[in-house]
Design a protein around this ligand. Structure first.
Ligand code: ADP
Length: 635
């Protein structure tokens, strides 16, 4: 190494944190290395012992550093970024302008090392904390929703029962109002939940096949009465070209439009409201539709119109008092529209009326037909079956009894977990309807007790709960319950669940009048594709191929495990689980990896008498969910 001489500016530079400096001469001989935080070795292994930039072993490093050093000498210092697996390294140069043997330039390397990494960790921690706060908030919302849904279930359920009794005209009318109001209350709870989910960025879209035409007809029918009552004309038109089956998130789409129509009717006293659906563009698999909701109502002033899509800002406080509302409707509509890759806009003249327009793309479905629903309940098949209802809420308990007795079932009741266990010890049942959140002994405890009991080991269990968090509901299944039903429910929903778990043929009855979506928390993501992305270096085809291979192998493997289980072929189960573990690991599917390891260890030697079937079902269910979601990750 040559001597550096007296360069004060280098001294100043030597105090820059997290940056190491290499001073070089015109021959690229290294004159001095200033490495305050000892990060050079981490960036370029072996470099601290080098005499010349030419001698750097790594060809990529060598080329880049020689380039920048030579350019610096020529008088054009530059900045480059090198991408390493461990992060980025920023390369900068300075021209020191010395000729004849002295230092010609400085190379500065600044990378993701040392205290910078700590800084990164801090950021990560902050991000995690923020996520945690948002999760706490969402859980709090979910908890409130649970508390509201429980009494709402009794209200909606009893209205339905009352409607079956002899009533005079006035009573029928009053009941209708109560029914509408309670469904409205339910919508409100859902709206707030949706909003908090959008806020925390955890909302997931669903795909179903649906008839666009019936979706809009439903909306029209729902609001026709409301418009009639106000004495305004409700016009509706639907483009013939859209009479097809589409695939997408029908509930969200409906939510967007309901918000617009309900506002239009709310803010119009004279004239008409019009809902118009037209086809904008039919481009092969995708169709763009235009939905416009116009009214001749009070309109929105120019000043206020900017804020109508902003949360909590109703166009006018006075108006809000008059009309009620959360001020979230349009915010939700806007965000949902954007999530569905569409656009929403508004035009309005104060005193004349407003037009809200939504443009949205929809995928065409591959289906030609959709099964149709009938609402007639023929409970013949359930007649004589025995059921135990476990619920700490007296109103919901008696609602259940009334409904099941209507199906001619034999019903017993328990008002808490302890009482339930006592009854289950004595008497056999076909099905147990089990509330989850009960004081002292929870529904999960009861389920565990049942699965380990003598008398009712095989009884069907339906969790009946106002819980909406998916992971909590899945937990019920993991504890051996057969299905779940979310409160509030309609009679038809309970009927369908009973037929399903008791394997009774009922034909397809349904069309759930209450739309319910589960809340998902992404605390532990289902999978992690970072490693795969690094390995495939963002090569699309390679990446997609890897995903397809995984899906194929996972589905086949899981099917093999199931069939081996049926043949009691423990060896094959253990082998297959062993074979599957690495590929699940690569995709970061941690939840299933631990299940597979458990399965492998349980079947390695003589199988434990443990309930292997529950474990295998878990693996099957989660794999299904993973493969479904992975399909969407393909590039
Ligand atoms: P809210 O729950 O208050 O109806 P929205 O987000 O749906 O909340 O609407 C925000 C505000 O925009 C309303 O309070 C109202 O002042 C105004 N607004 C929305 N739609 C209309 C309409 N069709 N005509 C007049 N004003 C409207």
């Amino acid at each position: 190494m040559k001597t550096l001489g007296n360069h004060h500016h280098l001294e100043i530079l030597s105090n820059v944190p997290d940056t190491c400096m290499i001073v070089f001469d015109r021959e690229l001989t290294i004159m001095e290395i200033i490495d305050r935080d000892a990060c050079l070795e981490e960036l370029i292994p072996g470099s601290s012992a080098l005499g010349n930039i030419h001698d750097i072993a790594d060809p990529v490093w060598k080329k880049n550093l020689m380039d920048v050093c030579e350019n610096a000498i020529k008088g054009s210092p530059e900045t480059r970024i090198m991408q390493l697996t461990s992060g980025q390294v920023k390369i900068r140069t300075l021209n020191l302008g010395e000729i004849g043997g002295g230092p010609a330039g400085v190379l500065m390397l600044q990378g993701n090392t040392g205290s910078q990494r700590e800084y990164g960790d801090e950021m990560k921690k902050e991000k995690e904390e923020a996520e945690e706060t948002s999760e706490i908030k969402s859980r709090f919302m979910a908890r409130i929703s649970h508390e509201i849904r429980t009494p709402l279930n009794a209200i909606i359920g009893f209205i339905e029962q009352l409607q079956k009794t002899p009533l005079n005209e006035k009573q029928v009318a009053y009941l209708k109002i109560i029914d509408k109001s309670s469904v409205y209350l339910l919508d409100l709870v859902n709206e707030i939940l949706t909003f908090s989910k959008i806020e925390s960025g955890e909302l997931q879209l669903d795909e179903v096949d649906f008839r666009l035409e019936s979706l809009f007809r439903d909306i029209y029918n729902t609001f026709r009465n409301r418009a009639d009552e106000k004495g305004i004309n409700f016009r509706y038109s639907f483009d013939e070209k859209l009479k097809k089956i589409f695939r997408g998130d029908a509930i969200r789409l409906k939510q967007i439009i309901i918000n617009l129509v309900s506002n239009a009717i709310k803010f119009t006293e004279y004239g008409f409201v019009e809902l118009k659906v037209t086809c904008l563009k039919d481009a092969g698999d995708e169709v763009w539709i235009k939905i416009s909701v116009s009214d001749t109502g009070i309109g929105i002033s120019e000043k206020k119109i900017r804020d109508v899509f902003t949360e909590y800002k109703q166009a006018s406080v006075g108006i809000a008092r008059l009309h009620g509302g959360t001020g979230l409707g349009l915010t939700i509509s806007k965000r949902l529209t954007e999530m569905l890759s569409g656009e929403i806009s508004v035009k309005s003249t104060e005193g004349k009326g407003s037009v809200f327009t939504v443009h949205i793309p929809l995928k065409k479905s591959k289906l030609k037909y959709l099964s149709t629903y009938t609402m007639h309940i023929d409970a013949e098949e359930l007649s004589g079956k025995s059921a135990l209802i476990v619920d700490d809420d007296a109103m919901n308990r008696s609602l259940g009894v009334i409904i099941l007795e209507g199906f001619n079932m034999m019903v017993s009741m328990a008002s808490d977990g302890k009482e339930a266990m006592e009854i289950l010890r004595r008497k056999r049942f076909d099905v147990v309807l089990l509330d989850i959140h009960m004081p002292l002994v929870s529904g999960l405890d009861v389920a565990r007790f049942i699965r380990n009991s003598e008398k009712n080991r095989d009884v069907k269990i339906i969790a009946v709960t106002a819980e909406m968090i998916r992971e909590e509901l899945e937990h019920c299944l993991e504890e051996g319950m057969d299905d779940y039903l979310i409160k509030p429910y309609r009679e038809i929903n309970l009927f369908n669940k009973l037929c399903k778990v008791l394997e009774v043929e009922s034909g397809e009855i349904g069309g759930p009048p209450l739309e319910i979506r589960l809340i998902e928390f992404n605390a532990q993501p289902l999978f992690d594709l970072r490693e795969l992305k690094t390995v495939t270096r963002q090569n699309k085809e390679f990446f997609n191929e890897m995903i397809e291979t995984f899906i194929h192998n996972a589905e086949r493997g899981v099917a093999q495990i199931r069939s081996a289980y049926e043949k009691k072929d423990w060896h094959t189960i253990s082998e297959t689980a062993h074979r599957l573990i690495p590929s699940y690991k690569h995709l970061g599917i941690k939840k299933v990896v631990s299940n597979l390891i458990e399965l492998k260890s349980k079947t390695q030697h003589d199988p434990l008498p443990d309930n292997l079937s529950v474990l295998i079902s878990k693996i099957e269910r989660k794999t299904k969910e993973v493969t479904r979601r992975l399909e969407k990750e393909k590039l």
